[in-house]
Design a protein around this ligand. Structure first.
Ligand SMILES: Cc1ncc(COP(=O)(O)O)c(C=O)c1O
Length: 395
């Protein structure tokens, strides 16, 4: 049987991690891997998480099965953080715990395939490399359109309007809620309003991927675009990840939420989510969601978590400011949000930056701004200049 299989390419980022660790240069800079890094280059367990784990160790008295929907207290405690406290919308939302944001996207994709096999998902590119494969493997056709001009570091909004105008009623539109991966370029408030109007006019279903809430401008600000869209449309899906904003990556913590104005349809859709979860993973892993629940159930731990998240956010934006200040042609980096920016450079330049200057980034030119220190900005600019990707830095 296995002789029929074709070899699949290895993850290029994993090879990059290995190469970085093997590099003896003291001044090397790792802008490659997509996780938060602190001043020491570590991806630490957050203090709130450690305290919640301690609490769980002392109080958890059973590991019995919870069911395909996972920990619903966790799912419900997140709702006001994502959708806004005290809003009517909260009654029009159901959710289920998933293995990370990836599990939420997969489950959402399968729900689309089950509900409307003819639906396509409209995906602006570049995007997170796993988006299109997740939808395709769930048998949902992907209609992709290039919507960011990396040379200009700008959204080509006319392309977005054109794409959504050619979509068919019932098609799904994937939107990064904040902190776009890989570009860091989010829609402006005006553009979000235009998108909301188009979704309503064309009867399209938004599928919002919210994987970095709190790492752009703050928890509330980063949720505003999603809330604006959800207020406008009749139906929507939200894939949520706690893996970045709680630093829980390998614990696989996420949730899929469905929004509908029709309570009967919402309830039916909810049963479909549960049965799809059942055949995929039966039940999601508990530990990470239990940590998030323990944090959100405690005012004290919630405060600690929010403070830590703000510090992480401030560090990333500080690095953005340092790089932007180091060269006028990099000023755009300060205007972008989240962990990533994507330079318009060739893979040969990316290789030269790594080999000659010890500056590591993804082969696409995507940089993780959390991987640097403000003091690295000068070296990064010098290297980009040496490789012909920037004019001479000002004296
Ligand atoms: C835009 C985006 N969505 C979803 C995910 C998936 O997150 P998780 O690790 O929770 O599966 C990622 C992870 O990098 C991402 O960048």
């Amino acid at each position: 049987m296995f002789d029929k299989l074709k070899e699949q390419p290895a993850d290029s980022l994993l090879a990059l991690i290995k190469a970085f660790h093997a590099d003896p240069r003291q001044d090397k800079v790792d802008l490659g891997v997509g996780v938060y890094r602190d001043e020491q280059g570590r991806t630490p367990v957050m203090r709130a998480v450690k305290l919640a784990e301690k609490h769980l160790l002392e109080t958890q008295d059973s590991k019995r099965y919870l069911g395909p929907e996972g920990d619903l207290t966790f799912v419900n405690l997140l709702k006001p953080i994502i959708f806004g406290a005290g809003r009517d919308l909260l009654d029009q939302i159901v959710g289920i715990q998933t293995p990370g944001g990836s599990g939420a996207l997969r489950l959402g994709a399968e729900l689309v395939a089950a509900a409307n096999p003819n639906a396509r998902v409209w995906l602006g590119t570049p995007s997170w490399p796993n988006h299109a494969p997740i939808f395709r493997s769930a048998r949902v056709a992907v209609a992709d359109y290039r919507f960011v001009d990396l040379e200009m570091q700008k959204i080509d909004f006319a392309r977005v309007v054109e794409a959504l105008s050619s979509a068919t009623a019932g098609d799904v539109v994937l939107l990064h809620g904040c902190c776009h991966n890989p570009t860091g370029i989010d829609f402006t408030a005006v553009q979000w309003k235009q998108i909301a109007a188009l979704l309503v006019e064309r009867k399209l279903v938004p599928f919002i991927d919210l994987a970095y809430q709190g790492l752009g401008d703050g928890l509330e600000q980063d949720a505003e675009p999603a809330r604006l869209i959800l207020d406008a449309v009749d139906e929507a899906m939200v894939a949520y990840s706690c893996d970045k904003n709680f630093g829980l990556y390998r614990e696989r913590v996420g949730a899929l939420y469905l929004v509908s104005r029709n309570s009967r349809e919402l309830q039916i859709a909810d049963t479909n989510m549960a049965s799809l979860a059942r055949v995929n993973w039966s039940m999601p892993p508990d530990h990470g969601a239990a940590i998030v629940r323990a944090i959100l159930e405690s005012a004290e731990l919630t405060e600690i978590w929010k403070t830590e998240l703000q510090e992480m956010c401030a560090r990333v934006n500080g690095n953005r400011a340092a790089l932007a200040a180091a060269h006028p042609d990099l000023a755009f980096i300060a205007l972008q949000r989240g962990l990533f920016s994507n330079l318009a450079i060739s893979k040969e330049t990316v290789a030269a930056l790594r080999l000659k200057h010890g500056i590591y980034m993804a082969v696409t030119g995507r940089m993780n701004l959390a991987g640097m220190q403000p003091a690295d900005a000068g070296a990064i600019v010098k290297a980009l200049h040496a490789e012909g990707s920037l004019n001479a830095p000002a004296a």
